[in-house]
Design a protein around this ligand. Structure first.
Ligand SMILES: [Zn+2]
Length: 486
């Protein structure tokens, strides 16, 4: 057992996908490249303006909370968090401290329930661009609806924290509350981490060590690496008998280290008080019920169902859960297979569908999505394609060609087979003709086979299949060849 036990909590900020900003009607448009276009007196904090709460943003936070098993209190309110920052034009941020929209939930990771302390709603700041001698500020982002989730310090490894962030990210997509693109800064992760000495005696309660915060982690990899680095750094300090300073550190991805930024502020430093310009929110049971009804099947449930319904293995199921669109396409394809198939036949066709989707189709897509406008394969054509392979009407080699054509032009597989002259040769006399030719060209191989070399047979099959351009029915080839070599 390691000498020191890490305790990890996460804070995750997510920009919500809404039409307009949190307290004004400016557009929430992450694609806007021109600076300071989506601004108005409200989000610029001009005197005399009043904020108006964006109902859509409130709904999206509640939806996230419900999906994460949170309580939604009947009353919620906004608070003013006072601090100066060049990209915060009002000199304060409207946030929630005392009565957040959601509290006390959990997210299940590998069978373990990681507790969620709260999820609240606030507004984003603008963004700064630092040049060599000066800095520029862009307020397009100022006032965007920003959701903040705070977990309890329930995690004990870098891998677990990474998994939490990944699962949360996936749920954002399922709920369609945020694009949560980490490269664009739409999802930003902060880590709280402390180390404590492992206590051997059970009755002695383990005390938490000094908490260090690592800010602005912009990829799952950065989350994992920063925690691993920090565990090592703190452990080395503790082993030397040194103290850990409570502070905020930043992650330098190029150097792979965390660097001290500032000593941590406490809530008192911000002089929070209830936002006087906004009324408290009253969330009725009916509202909660309505929002709950909009929650789709979530990743964990979907995973369990795919395994149960289609007999998929863990690995393939995860691909279909993480790639939501591919998973939905898979289910549509299966529903297009002929009805009332015997169990054995259905399960073999499901296996074929999974394999062709995960290897060949994903290869053709090259990172693209089956939801793209230019994706041409319909679920019923894909189902027909699978049935043709299952019934042995096309070999696996021909199947690849057919799928390639389907991907290119979108026609149904039978049409492609006819058009491209790819249909299988099942006529015995045609196959015999090819076999005779190959045998006469390879007298030595035939001799080898007769003197007991089994792989000579496979070699001949390969030659015959190649001569037929993959079109000869492999079973028939094998039968006739056996006869000829007797
Ligand atoms: Zn505005």
């Amino acid at each position: 057992m390691a000498k020191y036990q890490p305790t990890i909590g996460l804070e995750i900020h997510v920009e919500l996908k809404t039409e307009s900003k949190m307290f004004c009607s400016c557009l929430n448009d992450s694609e806007e490249r021109r600076p300071n276009i989506n601004i108005c007196p409200v989000c610029m904090g001009h005197p005399g303006t009043l904020p108006v709460i964006n109902a859509e943003a409130v709904k999206k936070v509640i939806k996230t909370g419900l999906a994460l098993n949170c309580q939604v209190p009947e009353y919620s309110q906004f608070d003013r968090k006072n601090y100066f920052y060049p990209d915060l034009p009002k000199g304060y941020q409207i946030s929630q401290l005392y009565q957040p929209l959601c509290r006390e939930g959990f997210l299940e990771i590998g069978g373990k329930k990681i507790k969620i302390k709260e999820i609240h709603l606030e507004e984003d700041t603008g963004s700064l661009i630092h040049e060599k001698d000066y800095s520029l500020v862009n307020f397009n982002r100022a006032g965007l609806p920003l959701m903040e989730l705070a977990s309890e310090p329930d995690m004990d490894s870098a891998k677990e924290a990474r998994k939490f962030a990944q699962e949360f990210h996936l749920i954002m997509h399922y709920l369609d509350v945020s694009d949560a693109d980490m490269e664009k800064g739409q999802m930003r992760v902060e880590v709280n981490i402390s180390l404590a000495r492992n206590v051997v005696r059970v009755e002695e309660e383990r005390k938490l060590g000094t908490k260090v915060e690592i800010k602005n982690l912009n990829s799952f990899r950065a989350v994992e690496q920063a925690i691993e680095y920090e565990i090592k750094r703190q452990q080395e300090l503790l082993e030397k008998g040194k103290k850990i300073i409570q502070e905020t550190r930043g992650w330098d991805g190029t150097k792979g280290i965390t660097v001290s930024q500032r000593e941590k502020e406490t809530a008192q430093d911000y002089r929070y008080f209830p936002e006087p310009d906004l009324p408290p929110l009253h969330i009725t049971q009916d509202m909660v019920k309505e929002i709950r009804a909009e929650i789709p099947e979530l990743p964990l449930k979907k995973k369990e169902r795919l395994i149960r319904e289609y007999g998929l293995d863990e690995k393939n199921t995860e691909i279909f859960v993480y790639n939501k669109n591919l998973g939905e396409f898979f289910e549509k394809v299966i529903s297009e297979l002929p009805p009332n198939l015997p169990k054995e036949s259905l399960s073999r066709q499901i296996k074929l569908a999974v394999n062709y989707m995960i290897t060949d189709l994903q290869g053709l897509l090259g990172g693209g999505s089956v939801n793209n406008e230019n994706f041409k394969i319909t679920p019923d054509n894909f189902a027909e394609f699978i049935t043709l392979i299952y019934e042995g009407k096309i070999s696996s080699k021909i199947a690849k060609q057919v799928l390639g054509e389907m991907f290119k032009i979108g026609a149904d597989p039978l049409h492609i087979i006819k058009e491209k002259d790819l249909s299988q040769i099942t006529d015995e006399s045609d196959i015999e003709k090819i076999i005779k030719e190959i045998i006469s060209k390879n007298p030595k191989v035939v001799q080898d086979f007769k003197s007991g070399k089994a792989n000579a047979f496979q070699y001949l099959i390969g030659q015959i299949m190649a001569a037929s351009r993959g079109k000869a029915n492999p079973q028939i080839v094998s039968q006739i060849l056996t006869r000829y070599l007797q």
